[in-house]
Design a protein around this ligand. Structure first.
Ligand SMILES: CC(C)(COP(=O)(O)OP(=O)(O)OC[C@H]1O[C@@H](n2cnc3c(N)ncnc32)[C@H](O)[C@@H]1OP(=O)(O)O)[C@@H](O)C(=O)NCCC(=O)NCCS
Length: 171
């Protein structure tokens, strides 16, 4: 493997849309009826939605690539989680995914540190992340960066509602 990280640009919109579908399907695809998964991917991860984030200076994406193949990514931006104390002036880790074949190699940590440095570039502020209630590995991962459980909500994937925890990192 020849793995590296780079900041994505609007030119990468198609690549990120394709990767986001592959990452989500590999990680969580088996949890949903096929029609719910197909609907979720079709509305959430279009090149247009990815390009909009890439063109918005409040958002940033880093790609993890193995040679020419995109294998992981992190998307961060203004917090949109439904928590009464969350504000759009806070930061949020919106997506963090790496294909399974590259797990446990420290690449998640590198993506996380790169994105947190960017989110905190103007000084301390509150950061948030939503994580599936049964994804204990990811919850352990976020806890290492000082995130603690602060709430919960239901995240719709088609007709299925996932029970998600909201984690917060104090400034
Ligand atoms: C979470 C994730 C990005 C971490 O990346 P990584 O490169 O494997 O992480 P690192 O090598 O830096 O750190 C290892 C830690 O990652 C977490 N982790 C490892 N495999 C995981 C998996 N399949 N699912 C969730 N978390 C995992 C664990 O906390 C692990 O530490 P542990 O030794 O206590 O088990 C990666 O495992 C992943 O993409 N998982 C699937 C997608 C996912 O769950 N994303 C989070 C959505 S909120």
């Amino acid at each position: 493997m020849n793995i590296s990280i780079r900041r994505a640009t609007p030119v990468d919109a198609d690549r990120i849309a394709d990767l986001a579908c592959r990452n989500f399907t590999e990680t969580f695809g088996a949890l949903y009826p096929p029609e719910d998964l197909a609907y979720f991917l079709a509305v959430s991860y279009t090149p247009e939605t990815q390009r909009a984030a890439l063109e918005d200076p409040r958002y940033a994406v880093w790609l993890l690539e193995d040679g020419d193949e995109a294998i992981g990514h992190i998307l961060v931006g203004p917090c949109g989680l439904p928590h009464p104390e969350a504000s759009e002036h806070d930061g949020e880790i919106k997506r963090l995914y790496i294909l399974a074949r590259a797990h446990n190699g420290g690449w998640g940590a590198k993506l996380m540190e790169t994105a947190m440095d960017w989110l905190l570039r103007d000084g301390p502020r509150t950061l948030w992340v939503g994580v599936w209630s049964e994804n204990l590995g990811a919850q352990r991962f976020y806890a290492r960066y000082g995130f603690e459980r602060a709430g919960e909500y239901l995240f719709p994937v088609g007709q299925t509602n996932d029970h998600e925890f909201i984690f917060r990192r104090a400034p």
